[in-house]
Structure formats: structure tokens, C-alpha cells
Design a protein around this ligand. Structure first.
Ligand code: SF4
Length: 451
């Protein structure tokens, strides 16, 4: 019997991609995936430290594996990702049953590190950052997994150092992957059946900025868009200050670019935005929203918002509510501010009480509850193009796909539809998904919106 690994992933798309790389390295070592931690010879947690709560969750999770290690001393427990990068050796001290801590720049070394843990019974923390050239040379190539939609990494790291954010501290400085490598990878993925790619990075629209002679993000997006047989392209995450007019124009000129943009606002108060070091004002942000809407009237916006940044006043918070109202987000991801190690904001002494934070958080959610669901309900009765991704978690022989706005739609249909863009009539809209109906005759129905 071969060895089995159990891998759990927390956090953002970057961690999802890193986990794919980890799984591919383990497959090369002869491991296969276990369905539970109990049956694994190797447990890996790929972790997120963007919020204090996420980090606490990871540590709590790791304690749950202690009895498994006591029952089976040969079991190897490893921690990767942002908590590993941030905590390093301290994790080994806090968690005596953990064998290996590997940082965000050390995934490629996993085979060698595992060998050392097993053969030499070492406990290892490896969290050194790599230099730019080495990182560029080590950009992992994605392998085909038979899926219809895939993430493609175009850049890593961030140079912005927003005062609340741990990313530059745990992911390192910004590097852009050569455009030739990105295009070759998308071409290979499309050749293996992928129909939609999402270009990912911490700040994708600053792509190429610190690499003389490289394409801009708008140029890269257009080049990816033009790869034959690719049905759709998306990107995430964008920084509002780096949204160029050329990128805005892409929404008017690239029909296969999905009609959605995730544009983190963080705060609607100019004073708070300055303290966060975001590099834009609420007016700048709203101007970009207006220009995007002018280029593409059907575009939908989603956003991240932090509630209770130190020193946030009621007036600041009302400014945030005003922007949320004005933009009309389809969805927002709201976070209570939590201080992160190494960032500048925690050094301030004017933090808000948990009660004030929570009260504002609830008011923001209440406002969004009036805005978001009404936007999704507009789809009911429309026939929309859906890229069918696979079998639905709802079971019952249902399939699922996504609209151009990224909404999951469950519907009844045959497996031969997977990988196709088909017209589906939306019949109901729920909190996180929609229900649709597909008839073959729909194929001739004119769809609303883009593919
Ligand atoms: S742009 Fe700001 S919030 Fe986004 S990853 Fe960089 S530092 Fe963090």
C-alpha cells in the first residue's frame, strides 16, 4: 500500500494554487490522497494568517491532530502557508507534535524536507525568503487535473504595505511571472480541456510594473483572452489605485472577459484610507466604478471592507456605508479589523472596543442584505450563458456552472454538458447560489450578457 497524505487548505486563491503544487510534489513521491486525517501517513495544513481569527483556527486545528500522532509516532504533521511563514520556529515550540514548518517560498523543497524529517527524525522550520531570480525560476507549472476552470498565477507578493496587511510580510515582494510563461501555461491548460482561467495574484493589475519591457496587465489580459478555445477569463485581486483606463477599456473590447470585478474598497473614509495607506480616496474609487460601468453597463462589483480600523469614527463609518450604497455591490466580504504582527496599524493605541466594531459590522451587513440579494434576484426569469463546471454538491444528478458574474447555478442536466457554455433560465435566487433550468431548445434562445 502506498503512503497517503491529507491536505487541508485555508485562505485565498494563492493558497489553493500552492496546495495544488504540494499535491503534485507528493504525487511524484508516490503519495496518494487520503479522505481523512485518520487514515493519513502525512498531514499538511496550508494556512492563512490574514486575520487573527483565521490564525487561531489553524492552531486549534493542529491541536486536534495530537492524539493521532500519539497513536502513530510515524505520522508526519507539517504546516505550510502564511502562518508557517509568520511563526516559523515558534510553531514547533508551541506545538510539540508538529514535525515540519515550511514557508511560502519553500514549497519546492518539500520532498527534501520530508526526507530529512523521516530519515533523520529532525523537526524542521524552513521559512527563508528567496531572491527574485530564484523565485522567478521556480514559478510552478500547473498540471492538468481534468477540471474546466483553473487559476493561473501571474504574479506573487506585494509591494504596497497597506498598514493593516500581513501579505507583504508573509509572501514577500512583488514579482511578475514572464508573460510568455503565463500564455504558454494557459495554452496548455486550454489544450487539456480548461475553458475558463482566472489570472491570480495579490495585486494583479500592477502586473509588469517593476519589470522593464514586460506587458502591462491589460495587455496580458488581452493576450490571454485571444487564446483560441478559451471561453472565459477572469482576474483577482485588483487594487483600485492600479486600475488603468486600458484595463477599464478591456471590459468594452474583450467579450470573453467576465462582467465582474472584485475591487476591495476597505473603507469609504478618506481619512481612514490614508491611514491604511491605500493610495486612493473614496472619490477616486467611485470615479473608477463609474468608468467601469460606462465601459460595461452590466458589470457587477464585489468588494472587501474592514470594519473598526483603529481610530475609525462614526462619521468615517457612515462614509463607508455611503460608498456601499452608491456602488451597489453584488457581494461584499466584511472583516472586523484585527491587528497582525509586523504591520504598522497595531502600533496605534486608539483601537475600537469589540462592541463598537460588532455594532458597525452588523449595520454594514444589514445594508448589504438590502442591496446584494436584490441584484441577484434581477436574474430570475433571464436566460443566461452558463459555463458548466461539474456535478453539483446538491446531489440528485444536478450539475453546476457559473454565470459571467461568478454566481453558482445548479440545474438538472447530463454530464455531457460539462465544459460547455449553455443557456440556462434562472428560476430562483438564494443566498449564495441560483437555481436554473436547461432545455435543449434553449440553445437557440438569445442570452442576456456575455459568455
Ligand atoms: S495591496 Fe495592501 S491589502 Fe492587498 S495584499 Fe498588498 S498590502 Fe495587502
Amino acid at each position: 500500500m502506498g503512503q497517503k497524505f491529507y491536505l487541508e487548505t485555508f485562505g485565498c486563491q494563492m493558497n489553493v494554487v500552492d496546495s495544488e503544487q504540494i499535491a503534485a510534489l507528493l504525487a511524484d513521491l508516490g503519495f496518494c490522497a487520503a479522505s481523512s486525517a485518520e487514515e493519513a501517513d502525512l498531514i499538511i495544513l496550508n494556512t492563512c494568517s490574514i486575520r487573527e481569527k483565521a490564525e487561531r483556527k489553524v492552531v486549534g486545528h493542529l491541536w486536534r491532530f495530537k492524539p493521532l500522532k500519539e497513536a502513530n509516532p510515524e505520522l508526519v504533521i507539517a504546516v505550510g502557508g502564511c502562518v508557517a511563514q509568520q511563526e516559523g520556529e515558534r510553531l514547533l515550540q508551541r506545538l510539540p507534535h508538529v514535525d515540519l514548518v515550511f514557508g511560502t517560498h519553500n514549497i519546492h523543497r518539500l520532498p527534501e524536507l520530508l526526507r530529512r524529517v523521516r530519515r533523520q527524525r529532525e523537526r524542521i522550520a524552513e521559512v527563508a525568503f528567496l531572491d527574485r531570480e530564484t523565485r522567478l525560476a521556480l514559478f510552478p507549472e500547473r498540471r492538468s487535473t481534468g477540471e474546466v476552470v483553473r487559476y493561473v498565477t501571474v504574479m506573487q507578493g506585494c509591494d504596497n504595505f497597506c498598514t493593516y496587511c500581513v501579505v507583504p510580510h508573509v509572501r514577500g515582494r512583488e514579482i511578475s511571472r514572464p508573460s510568455g510563461a503565463v500564455l504558454a501555461e494557459v495554452g496548455r491548460l486550454v489544450g487539456s480541456g480548461v475553458r475558463e482561467v482566472t489570472l491570480i495574484g495579490q495585486n494583479v493589475n500592477s502586473y509588469g510594473g517593476n519589470t522593464p519591457g514586460e506587458l502591462s496587465f491589460a495587455e496580458l489580459l488581452a493576450a490571454v483572452h485571444d487564446i483560441p478555445a478559451l471561453e472565459r477569463v477572469r482576474f483577482v485581486t485588483s487594487h483600485p489605485k492600479d486600475i488603468s483606463q486600458r484595463l477599464i477599456d478591456c471590459y468594452a473590447t474583450l467579450p470573453r472577459l467576465c462582467r465582474h470585478i472584485h475591487l476591495p474598497l476597505q473603507s469609504g473614509s478618506d481619512r481612514v484610507l490614508r491611514e491604511m495607506r491605500r493610495g486612493y480616496t473614496a472619490a477616486d474609487y467611485l470615479d473608477k466604478v463609474a468608468r467601469l460601468r460606462s465601459a460595461c453597463p452590466e458589470i457587477r462589483f464585489t468588494s472587501d471592507i474592514i470594519v473598526g480600523f483603529p481610530g475609525e469614527t462614526e462619521a468615517d463609518f457612515l462614509d463607508t456605508l455611503a460608498v456601499v450604497q452608491e456602488v451597489g455591490y453584488a457581494d461584499i466580504y466584511t472583516f472586523l479589523y484585527s491587528p497582525r504582527p509586523g504591520t504598522q496599524a497595531p502600533l496605534r493605541s486608539d483601537g475600537l472596543s469589540p462592541e463598537v466594531q460588532q455594532e458597525r459590522f452588523d449595520r454594514l451587513l444589514e445594508l448589504q442584505e438590502r442591496i446584494g440579494p436584490a441584484i441577484w434576484r434581477q436574474d430570475v426569469g433571464r436566460t443566461l450563458p452558463l459555463l458548466v463546471e461539474g456535478e453539483s454538491r446538491q446531489g440528485g444528478g444536478q450539475l453546476f456552472g457559473r454565470t459571467t458574474w461568478g454566481r453558482i447555478v445548479n440545474f438538472a442536466g447530463g454530464r455531457e454538458l460539462i465544459g460547455q457554455v449553455i443557456p440556462v433560465t434562472i428560476t430562483a435566487s438564494y443566498r449564495n447560489s441560483q437555481l436554473g433550468e436547461y432545455w435543449e431548445s434553449n440553445a437557440s434562445v438569445r442570452c442576456y450578457g456575455q459568455g
